[in-house]
Unconditional design. Structure first.
Ligand SMILES: [Zn+2]
Length: 81
């Protein structure tokens, strides 16, 4: 590899497929959490006593989102992408 080729390679924005998948997983988990929160809010507003059942679902959705976030952070630290 010549010096010039090396420079070109470094200037490119690295595309990392794994990072992209982790970002998508995080976005998806965030959407699910927001969706559940809005459903629970609607249930509270409409006086549905069943709104507490959302707490477990919200807890799971929050954990899923956190896991996706930490996976993304860990990937960035090890991969430098
Ligand atoms: Zn990567």
């Amino acid at each position: 590899m010549t010096q010039q080729e090396r420079n070109v390679k470094q200037d490119q924005i690295p595309f990392c497929e794994e990072r992209q998948q982790l970002i998508e997983a995080f976005v998806e988990a965030s959407r699910e959490l927001v969706e559940l929160q809005s459903q629970q809010t609607q249930n509270v507003i409409s006086g549905d006593p069943d709104f507490v059942r959302f707490d477990d679902l919200l807890h799971m959705a929050r954990e899923k989102k956190d896991q996706a976030k930490y996976a993304l952070i860990a990937h960035r630290e090890t991969h430098r992408c």
